[in-house]
Every structure is written in structure tokens, then in C-alpha cells.
Design a protein around this ligand. Structure first.
Ligand SMILES: [Zn+2]
Length: 88
């Protein structure tokens, strides 16, 4: 089994390679991998954006990825803050 540790291309969380997923259509590079949490959004986008013209999909996909990146960094800071509060 391939249990190499890699990073999610969207939220940067660590995961085992065999747990990672294909990020299309949100990221164009087939070598990129995403975690299970991000993959729910990838799958939702695949369903919701089905049939969209490739250029629009690329632009919109870029926006969605940026929103996910900012949101996951907000989530990480919030979780870190909560953890700090609990330790004090
Ligand atoms: Zn992720």
C-alpha cells in the first residue's frame, strides 16, 4: 500500500497518498491531489458545473479554489485560537 504523506493542494493539510483524490475540474494539473474534505467540494463542483464551457470552468474553478484556500486558512486560525483558549 502507498502510505506516503503528501499535502492537499487546496488546504495544505497532510494526508496519506492513497487517501488523496483527483482535483478535476477545480485544478487543471492531474499531478495535484486533494484531501477528503476538499474532495467533497471538488465532487460538488463536478456535479454543479457539469456541461460548462471549458474556459468558463477554468475561470470559475480558479475562483472556487481561492475561496476554499482562504476559507481553510480562516478555519485553521479559528481552530488554533480555540485550542489556545483551551490551553490557558
Ligand atoms: Zn484539502
Amino acid at each position: 500500500m502507498n502510505d506516503k504523506i503528501i499535502e492537499c493542494k487546496i488546504c495544505n493539510n497532510k494526508m496519506r497518498e492513497f487517501e488523496s483524490n483527483n482535483p478535476q475540474p477545480l485544478l487543471p494539473d492531474f499531478n495535484d491531489r486533494v484531501c477528503r474534505d476538499c474532495n467533497d467540494y471538488v465532487t460538488a463542483s463536478r456535479v454543479v458545473l457539469r456541461g460548462m464551457e471549458p474556459h468558463s470552468l477554468e475561470v470559475l474553478g480558479g475562483f472556487i479554489v481561492n475561496i476554499m484556500k482562504v476559507a481553510s486558512s480562516l478555519k485553521n486560525s479559528r481552530e488554533q485560537y480555540v485550542k489556545q483558549m483551551e490551553e490557558e
